[in-house]
Write a protein that binds this ligand. Structure first.
Ligand code: BJW
Length: 233
């Protein structure tokens, strides 16, 4: 494995699975219960905002009730003790990395805990339950939505992510199926820029063979084991 100085970690739904939050594409996952075009596209929201708010209100309540697991906690130890910079790029909209104590976290697909006004762009902490007729606290428009990134929208933090990937010595993907872009291209991109690549996932992802090293198993087992290796080396 390459020098492990600057580490960029991409996380997906699999890291929160053992905290009780469902993944998207596993059997029985979120997309087995809801049509993706109904709840995770701007068109679905325009067609039926009440349905989309109900979906995210439920997910917000589930995320608030969940607690960080041993994998989130291991990444917090890594950030605190590793001499090089550790950047977490998460596709997850839960706050389990922050609640475990991680500080350098980029939420590329937004956050359940935030609300966004589609009329003026104002952002604020989301209430437990959002509804289509909620007024924006800045401009008063009834155009509020969850501050999450749906298909066809541009993910957040792309410049910071590009800079972190360009400087990375090691890129690690944890608990993500590798099916959603641009995140799915980050391992290949980081490798082209000179980083070593490591996959930590329950099973081989769509991109597994593109990583230098892949380890498979539950995140609560394989992530703490890898962190202890890095901190011990
Ligand atoms: C465990 C485990 C355990 C389980 N331990 N592991 C054709 C080709 C290429 C691209 C496109 C295309 N057509 C359209 C696109 C673009 C599109 C896209 O990628 N579509 C694909 C479906 C093909 N992407 C977009 O539209 C994005 N925007 C974009 O591209 O803008 C253009 C642009 C980009 C860059 C610059 C300028 C312009 C936006 C994507 C938004 C995704 N949004 C969602 C919803 C967010 C809000 C919410 O949470 O509701 O994000 S969809 C959903 O998928 C969510 C996730 O973050 C994302 C990724 O899912 P993830 O995390 O990988 O979960 P799963 O379930 O797929 O996988 C879980 C994994 O964990 C599995 O591998 C399990 O094995 C594993 N696991 N238990 C360890 N215990």
């Amino acid at each position: 494995m390459a020098d492990q100085g600057r580490i960029v970690i991409l996380t997906g739904a699999g890291i929160s699975a053992e905290s009780g939050l469902g993944t998207f594409r596993d059997a029985g996952g979120v997309w087995a219960q809801h049509a993706v075009e109904d709840v995770a596209t701007p068109e679905g929201f325009a067609h039926n905002p009440a349905r989309v708010h109900a979906f995210y209100n439920d997910r917000r309540a589930q995320a608030a009730a969940a607690v960080p697991n041993a994998a989130h906690e291991a990444l917090t130890r890594l950030e605190a003790r590793h001499p090089g910079e550790v950047t977490i790029v998460t596709q997850n909209v839960d706050a389990l990395h922050e609640r475990a104590g991680s500080r350098n976290v980029i939420h590329m697909h937004g956050e359940l805990a935030r609300a966004l006004c589609a009329a003026c762009g104002h952002r604020w902490p989301a209430p437990a339950a959002m509804a289509p007729d909620d007024a924006c606290p800045a401009c008063g428009a009834a155009a509020t939505r969850p501050d999450v990134v749906w298909f066809g929208e541009v993910p957040y933090g792309l410049e910071r992510i590009d800079a972190a990937l360009a400087a990375a010595d090691l890129f690690v993907a944890i608990g993500t199926s590798g099916q959603v872009y641009p995140a799915a291209a980050y391992a290949q991109h980081a490798a082209r820029l000179g980083a070593g690549t490591l996959e930590l996932n329950l099973e081989p992802s769509a991109n597994s063979r593109g990583f230098d090293v892949a380890r498979h198993g539950p995140a609560t087992r394989i992530v703490p084991a890898w962190v202890e290796e890095v901190l011990g080396s």
